[in-house]
Design a protein around this ligand. Structure first.
Ligand code: NAD
Ligand code: ZN
Length: 273
């Protein structure tokens, strides 16, 4: 599948921004993993665009810190669905391109809202997974923590192997605070600044996801959005690419490599072909 020719001009613009670029920030959301067939919550193909969960409540309530305390089994039901979707999927060409670009450019960071761990698996190193990772569990009572490959051997909701209290994934549920260490790290990398900022596959609802784009814009740093849908930031970015994440990133990266006379790493072989 190739990019619509209407978007080709925008791809070219991004490639020209990359030519003298030393540092890139990739802000990513569920739309990037949508190209691995993981459902998003909102926007194109979103699970919960106009609908409540089958428990009759919005997803934001089901996946909230308050609900985990009140009805852990209910919250765990929806957490398990995210994990089950990850288990059946692998990272895609978009994650791969971001990891390859990290190896090519002097300084690349990923700020992701995704809890699927795909950036890590695709080879990115500089990742701030601001909402955590479903594969990391911790006890709600003692200090016990563990990483699990998947949830196939867990009784849901799982109990702490050490004290039998309820376990939870180390993810930020709705209504919970962001981890201070990750926020600190985010502030630090933003302070150091970037030459180019991408916002990919996110409905851009959270201030800490929108702000880096706004700050870049205020400083005159080029900004790019990749999303087949319109979001609140679509009008504000320098380049808006109305396409799917994996194919757009592949087109940008292979176009850049061609323009610079670099041997292309690998062709587009994402799961959405
Ligand atoms: P979101 O579901 O609110 O929005 C997804 C966005 O991606 C939408 O704007 C949609 O138009 C766009 N999109 C859909 N398909 C796309 C594609 N192929 N390429 C590019 N963009 C595409 O997701 P969000 O903004 O990341 O925020 C939702 C919250 O839900 C986050 O807190 C996140 O942690 C969580 N979540 C995570 C996952 C995951 O880890 N993969 C999946 C669903 C939700
Ligand atoms: Zn415990």
């Amino acid at each position: 599948m190739s990019i619509h020719h209407r978007e080709q001009k925008n791809i070219e613009k991004v490639i020209s921004h990359l030519k003298n670029c030393k540092s890139i920030l990739f802000i990513t959301g569920a739309g990037l993993s949508a190209d691995s067939n993981l459902p998003t919550y909102r926007g194109i193909g979103g699970l919960y665009n106009d609908e409540h969960t089958e428990d009759g409540i919005p997803i934001e309530e089901a996946l909230s810190g308050a609900m985990l305390v009140r009805r852990p089994a209910l919250t765990w039901r929806y957490i398990s669905r995210i994990e089950a979707a990850c288990r059946d999927a692998v990272f895609n060409r978009g994650h791969q391109v971001i990891a390859e670009m990290e190896r090519h450019f002097p300084r690349v960071w990923v700020l992701t809202q995704n809890v699927d761990g795909f950036h890590h698996r695709a080879g990115s190193k500089n990742i701030i997974d601001i909402h955590g990772d479903v594969h990391s569990l911790c006890c709600t009572h003692c200090n016990h923590r563990r990483n699990v490959e998947d949830y196939s051997t867990l009784n849901i909701p799982p109990q702490c192997p050490s004290c039998s209290a309820l376990e939870r994934p180390e993810v930020v549920l709705f209504g919970e605070m962001l981890p201070p260490d990750k926020l600190f790290q985010l502030e630090k990398i933003l302070y150091e600044g970037f030459h180019l900022v991408f916002s990919i596959g996110t409905s851009s609802l959270f201030p800490y996801i929108v702000q880096p784009v706004m700050e870049a814009r205020a400083l005159g740093t080029p900004t790019v959005e990749i999303n087949p849908d319109q979001t609140d930031i679509s009008q504000m970015v320098d380049v808006k690419i109305t396409a799917r994440a994996a194919e757009a990133l592949d087109a940008i990266w292979s176009g850049y490599q061609k323009a610079m006379g670099i041997n292309p790493t690998s062709g587009f072989n994402g799961s959405d072909t």
